[in-house]
Design a protein around this ligand. Sequence first.
Ligand code: AP5
Length: 217
Amino acid sequence: MRLVLLGPPGVGKGTQAARLAARFGVLHISTGDILREAISSDSPLGREARGYVESGRLVPDATVLRITEERLSRPDAASRWLLDGFPRTVAQAEALDEMLARRDEGLSTVLWLHAATEAIVERLSGRRTCAECGTLYHVRLLPPRREGRCDRCGEALLVREDDRPEAVRRRLVTYEDATAAVVDYYRGRIRKRLHEIDGNGAPEEVGEEIARIVGGL
Ligand code: AP5
């Protein structure tokens, strides 16, 4: 099971990826999470990526390809994985195809999640993330039981730096400029394995639609 989850910022990729990991046992690989961890530990990768991530611009392809290839080469990524937030440019999609061809593998399916821009902006403006375990919340749509604290581990909930309005605007433009073309790339190559999913519904509803597709693989 080798899956790609595509979609604009805030559409619910991380939320659905966590559900898929729990339900189907796929390894959730998020380039955004890898970059944020590197930034918070102030590693050389983090120092290189910080300016891009916090202002809502894409990290250069060469850097993202290096970290994705490294992550996919580890033993736990031998067979069942889900890429969340990668590929984000046509160059990244081509490089992923080459990477998989070298391993004599291919993608099982590409899930393309989309939602109305108003829903996306609302989701991003209220998102909170657990500083410790990464669980996602929303102040109104998916609130924690205790305000500002994670239900799972009790740690503080944070607002992501790139959820500030200016960075959100730039991320949405970047998606249209660079990432929407990745959908066309897959449409041209693996049309039957590209699934378009309406992400406007509640997380459970969207999750059931995705599970139906993945369960049929
Ligand atoms: P990344 O971390 O990948 O961010 P993103 O794609 O902008 O997506 P988000 O994490 O913001 O949103 P999401 O779709 O996961 O939504 P979520 O589930 O959290 O990338 C961040 C940055 O890293 C990039 O801008 C770039 O700088 C860099 N980067 C990463 N990958 C890169 C790459 N390949 N190349 C170059 N640069 C790269 O949900 C959002 C909120 O909505 C939450 O509060 C959630 O609770 C709520 N919610 C979710 N689903 C629903 C629903 N159905 N109904 C109601 N609320 C919902």
